[in-house]
Design a protein around this ligand. Structure first.
Ligand SMILES: [Zn+2]
Length: 99
């Protein structure tokens, strides 16, 4: 890749501001806020990501809609695995997994 991927300009693939990893920026269906998602699908994730009109949307699984629905793919929020976020907060998030 000769040029760096644009950062948080829109939704889609980008780079985490904190750790420079590749992430997927998606809008939350609830608050229309852009959050970073780990790009790799993960069946243990709690974010159901779908694409609509070239925009990535993410819905956090809830008790009334606990499973991914049509065209949704489960992924994990990036803040759960971001090493920079962990260093900053001192909070230990979900277990780290080597890729
Ligand atoms: Zn990060």
């Amino acid at each position: 890749m000769p040029y760096p991927t644009p950062r948080r300009t829109t939704t889609g693939y980008g780079t985490c501001d904190a750790c420079d990893r590749r992430v997927l920026y998606a809008l939350t269906t609830k608050h229309r806020k852009i959050i970073a998602i780990d790009p790799a699908p993960d069946p243990t994730g709690n974010q159901a990501v779908s694409v609509k009109d070239a925009t990535y949307w993410t819905r956090q699984l809830s008790t009334d809609r606990p499973v991914p629905e049509e065209r949704e793919i489960l992924r994990r929020p990036h803040h759960a695995t971001c090493p920079a976020a962990r260093a900053r907060t001192g909070v230990r998030p979900a277990p780290w997994r080597q890729r």
